[in-house]
Design a protein around this ligand. Sequence first.
Ligand code: ADP
Length: 532
Amino acid sequence: MAVQQHGIKYIGCRNEQTACYAAQAMGYLTRRPVVCLVVSGPGLLHAIGGLANATVNCWPVICIGGSSDVDQEGRGAFQEWPQLESARSACKLVSRPTTLSAIPFHIEKAVRTALYGRPGAVYIDIPGNLVLSTEDEAKIPKLPKVSMIPVCIPPENIMKTAIDTIKDAKKPLVIVGKGAGWSERGPTMVQHFLTKSKLPWLASPGGKGIVSDNHERSVASARSLALREADLIILIGARFNWILHFGLPPRFQKDAKVVQIDIQPEEFHQNVQTTVPLMGDIGETLYAMTEHMKNWHYNVHGDWMKQLMENANKNKQVVEKMASDHKTPLNYYAAYHPIRDFISKNDVLIVNEGANTMDIGRTMMPSNLPRRRLDAGTFGTMGVGQGYALAAALYCRDHSPKTKVLCVQGDSAFGFSGMELETIARYKLPVVTVILNNSGIYRGMTPEDMKSVDGDPTLMYPVLSLSAECRYDQMAKALGGDGCMVRTVPEIADALEKAFKKTDGPTVINAIISTDSERKAQTFHWLTRSNI
Ligand code: ADP
């Protein structure tokens, strides 16, 4: 109530974890840290999943938690818990002011730490005795606002070495990661660099949209081939972690060279040797490098480009075949068909979460603008969906009113935070959630399968199954939104059109799909152990 009186906006979530996911998504979208306010003990513990997610994702967030009175420590106080120790491993910084007049220093440092360098989470602990104390306002220091994020570029000779290395490569490949979306001039300069250099490129899942998926030299559909055969990787704001298969064979060439731009020096030589480490801000570094490149560009008529494009076209045809098979129950690709059509005609901020729902969504939902896609991210966190959608809707309302928020989740993913539909309804936010409901995680049971189970369900139910054809749409109605259950492509298309006409609250489109729909055959899986 006090902060509202100061004009600070407050959103009351149903659970601290969702609040923390929503706050960090808002931080990433606005490039300013948002505060997640939690109660003591269990309140902070619920938020720690969110803090860890932010730090692993390199997104800023500040959590302020109440805690029990310091003079009751160790005596079994209400919700007493070692909060600083608990938060420490999930955060860049934890701190606890001991007087009211010290609070501004802690807040100023929290904002700086969350934003500067590689962004991440910060926790500030406010014990109960501090909350109830008072101080003469004149004694509270007024600190200046945290100034813009300082940026740096690598030394000129290293940038020139990077350009020479790029010119020497026969099979270069640019990989654009979500760090490029965070850098202020990142998206503009990545686009500029790719236009001038004419290099083939693809995005990491988090880097989608920094350059449009429809870009003429996007080789996303030839991902496996491009990674496997490239002799030079130009890594821009991405890490050689599990998402990029640690940069190792068999997914990459053993002796592939690496030119890497990152703001965090420890990231260089991680898992593979970096041939040319470019320590600097992505936007500013690429601007300078493009200047040094002068009129050079890669030969787009060579064999590498041809090989990539042929492979991309072949893979696209396999996907299109599945997407145009509209028999019911639908497969994932067919269910995504009308969603893709809708996205191609509208400016949409997508939240995508699930197992197959997310993997296939990455292929089926084009991203054409920066910071228009939020998903389970580096931590592979399930449960972020409704919190991210809440933040996305608030962001669009204030900063991009024409952008629509579409959250596409699996039925399992939706279950983690479905109650936040009530929050979204309370604040009258027009979020449309499509649940691709296969009645389980990877696969489920049909209503008939469920009926045929005869015996103790704890021994009989397949471990990955959830309730068959559960009516999440009715839950949305109960919590103050709208809902419908659909099974065919025209029904999904129609439901989307209707849902987006609504401007005041959530809609859930419960799309029942085949219980055993699969991803297209993969040469490699993300979580293969062969290259660890
Ligand atoms: P992705 O999930 O797309 O692979 P990651 O989150 O793994 O991307 O990696 C993002 C990388 O970008 C991190 O190593 C981070 O240090 C880096 N980064 C973040 N902001 C900037 C910036 N402004 N300039 C350069 N590098 C940045």
